[in-house]
Ligand binder design. Structure first.
Ligand SMILES: Nc1ncnc2c1ncn2[C@@H]1O[C@H](COP(=O)(O)OP(=O)(O)O)[C@@H](O)[C@H]1O
Ligand SMILES: [Mg+2]
Length: 308
């Protein structure tokens, strides 16, 4: 659905986007991740026809973004990283204004605005002033706005930044719903863990170049993330620590709260060995649980110092 080929953008001596190749399939949620200044916004602005590339190009739904601007804009909903404030406007007026700007007929506007309000869970706020909304609601309103012309593709620049965890979950749920509706979504962030749970595929961009591309499952081992397992045993865990530390597959055993956090050496299979060792060693196992892997540390390590 989105094809980027050798895309390059220079600002004077600075190469913001550097021969970038990227493919985003129809119906995917694609996470575009990189530190500040990596070139995410520049790439997105080129895709939505707000900026000309220096060389290379991109197509959306088969349409060249340089030559078919009007058709591309009809298919794309773009939410910029910074939205203007519209002081005295009410939520409903704000959306009607954009419906009018998109050329939607007067008699159809009301139903469309009601539809996007419902989808973004803002129906109860339709008479509120835009600037009175919380940041989370403003971001949902931003999404409501880009949905008005029912675009196939959504390009969202850091929609979760600055949100509290609850608002972030609401945005995530909304994005899942949009995916179910068949939208293709490109979403950027400088925080990997913000996107890891919702994206089908991610691309990590650094200094205008793609350093990783693939599914989360493909990326984890390449980032050198070690697997961790939580182990809780009945009674004193001293014996369990001793048994597990002695295993060649295991790098470290740490006590965290009331359980042990066990780190495997890179590349070692994790299945079975802990339970087998403990049970054979006479320790009663209460539970064994893989730890949720957070990728931000690996991501920081990966990108540290390379971007200026
Ligand atoms: N209009 C511009 N003029 C000059 N430099 C720019 C302009 N827009 C972006 N840049 C520079 O290009 C690089 C990439 O910026 P940007 O695409 O905004 O990165 P990101 O969105 O990943 O933080 C940065 O070094 C930024 O300062
Ligand atoms: Mg940006």
């Amino acid at each position: 659905m989105i094809e980027i080929t050798k895309l390059t953008k220079r600002f004077g001596n600075l190469t913001a986007v550097d021969k970038l190749d990227l493919h985003i399939g129809a119906g995917d949620i694609f996470g575009f991740i990189g530190p500040n200044g990596a070139g995410k916004t520049t790439t997105m602005r080129i895709l939505v026809t707000l900026m000309e590339p220096t060389s290379g190009g991109a197509t959306i739904d088969g349409l060249d973004v340089r030559k078919k601007g009007k058709e591309v804009r009809r298919r794309v909903g773009y939410m910029p990283d910074f939205m203007g404030v519209y002081d005295d406007l009410k939520v409903f007026e704000y959306l009607e204004f954009f419906a009018a700007a998109f050329g939607i007929e007067y008699r159809k506007r009301k139903a469309i605005v009601e539809g996007v309000l419902e989808l973004t869970d803002l129906t109860s706020k339709q008479a509120a002033a835009v600037d009175s909304l919380s940041r989370g609601m403003q971001q949902r309103l931003g999404l409501a706005r880009v949905l008005i012309h029912d675009p196939k593709v959504l390009i969202l620049d850091e929609p979760a930044s600055g949100l509290d965890p609850r608002a972030r979950i609401e945005i995530r749920e909304l994005l899942r719903e949009l995916k179910r509706m068949g939208k293709t979504i490109m979403i950027s962030s400088h925080i990997l863990s913000e996107l890891e749970e919702i994206c089908d595929r991610i691309g990590i961009i650094e200094h205008g170049q793609l350093v990783f591309g693939g599914t989360m499952d493909e990326i984890r081992p390449r980032l050198g993330i070690q697997r961790k397992v939580r182990v809780k045993v009945l009674g004193d865990d001293g014996r369990a620590t001793e048994l597990l530390t002695a295993l060649p597959q295991i790098q470290q055993v740490e006590k965290v709260g009331d359980y042990l956090s066990v780190t495997f050496r890179e590349g070692e299979p994790t299945d079975g060995v802990i339970a087998r060792t403990l049970v054979t060693g006479g320790v009663d196992l209460v539970y064994l649980q893989p730890e949720q892997l957070k990728l931000d540390d690996a991501f920081l390590k990966l990108t540290k110092g390379i971007v200026h």
